[in-house]
Design a protein around this ligand. Structure first.
Ligand code: NDP
Length: 276
């Protein structure tokens, strides 16, 4: 069977990012290699890891073993909070690159703003240096609330290409999505399935039954129709494939509206204003 072709979305620096990537949060390093290998076999070309996940090496092993050309892959990693600051960022990036076994990453994100540290503007400057060096193709942020984003934009450096935020039917992030749209920033949804918490909702299961699809596929399709990039995680081969099989059906405007009604401030992860 031919592999699915995952469409990409254009970023504000002239590059593009696949609309669906593969997340590896909470996957132990030794299991990550197998999970990423399954994902690459299924047709994913984008992988989302982070220094703090402790599995960059596992991702790197799977990429190397795949034999897939580097320019067909899209690799994201993230700078951990304890490594914020100009010099510390440069050192942490070198360590991530070595673990991944790569000479550049496609997307490098500040993992959390960690506002109590007050270092994200210096950190962003360091990432600008890495972009200028060609070792980071695209610079972005994660978990930036409007105030953090505005401050970064006011600092006069690069405009982030991406903000990767918690986003799913239970937490729809309308204010941030509008701000992103105003600045040409792509919204990337982490925990796009709310780690499973929205999959038993009757609105979701009702739409799934109508389309003969799984609840996860309905939620991922909803994201794509909103314009989000998604990075669902699974270590289960059938789910890994299922989560990519969302390109040949569409939710109606009424179904999109019904899912919009599920927004209820449901956070599965930490609050960006307070996480240090
Ligand atoms: P997800 O919303 O992707 O949900 C993952 C959970 O859903 C797992 O328990 C998985 O089970 C299950 N699942 C996956 N597919 C299906 C399916 N088709 N049907 C039923 N259940 C399914 O949660 P994550 O928190 O992992 O978020 C995704 C990615 O986002 C992360 O892996 C990471 O890369 C990124 N992330 C980024 C953060 C940040 O701060 N920037 C924070 C959190 C996540 P199983 O694996 O057992 O199959």
């Amino acid at each position: 069977m031919p592999l699915p072709h995952v469409p990409s979305v254009a970023l504000n620096n002239g590059t593009e990012i696949p609309r669906i990537g593969f997340g590896v949060f909470q996957v132990p390093d030794d299991e990550t290699t197998t999970a990423v290998a399954h994902a690459l076999d299924a047709g994913y070309r984008s992988v989302d890891t982070a220094a703090v996940y402790g599995n960059e090496a596992g991702v790197g092993r799977a990429l190397a073993a795949s034999g897939i050309a580097r320019d067909e892959l899209y690799v994201t990693t993230k700078l951990w909070n304890a490594d914020q600051g100009y010099d510390a960022t440069l050192r942490a990036f070198d360590a991530s690159l070595a673990k991944l076994g790569l000479d550049h990453v496609d997307l490098y994100l500040i993992h959390w703003p960690a506002p109590a540290r007050d270092l994200y503007v210096d950190t962003w400057r360091a990432i600008g240096t890495l972009v200028a060096d060609g070792r980071v193709r695209t610079a972005g942020v994660s978990n930036f609330n409007p105030a953090h984003l505005e401050r970064l934009l006011d600092s006069g450096g690069l405009v982030p290409a991406v903000n990767q935020i918690e986003l799913h039917p239970g937490l729809q992030q309308r204010e941030l999505r509008a701000l992103h749209a105003a600045h040409g920033i792509v919204t990337e949804a982490w925990s796009p399935l709310a780690q499973g918490a929205v999959l038993a909702d009757p609105v979701v299961t009702g739409i799934a039954d109508r389309h003969g699809r799984s609840p996860a596929q309905v939620v991922l399709r909803w994201h794509l129709q909103l314009g989000n990039v998604v990075i669902p995680k699974s270590v289960t081969p059938a789910r890994i494939r299922e989560n990519l099989d969302v390109l040949d059906f569409a939710l109606s405007p009424e179904e999109m509206e019904a899912v919009a009604g599920l927004d209820r401030g449901l956070r599965t992860g930490p609050d960006p204003d307070t996480l240090d």
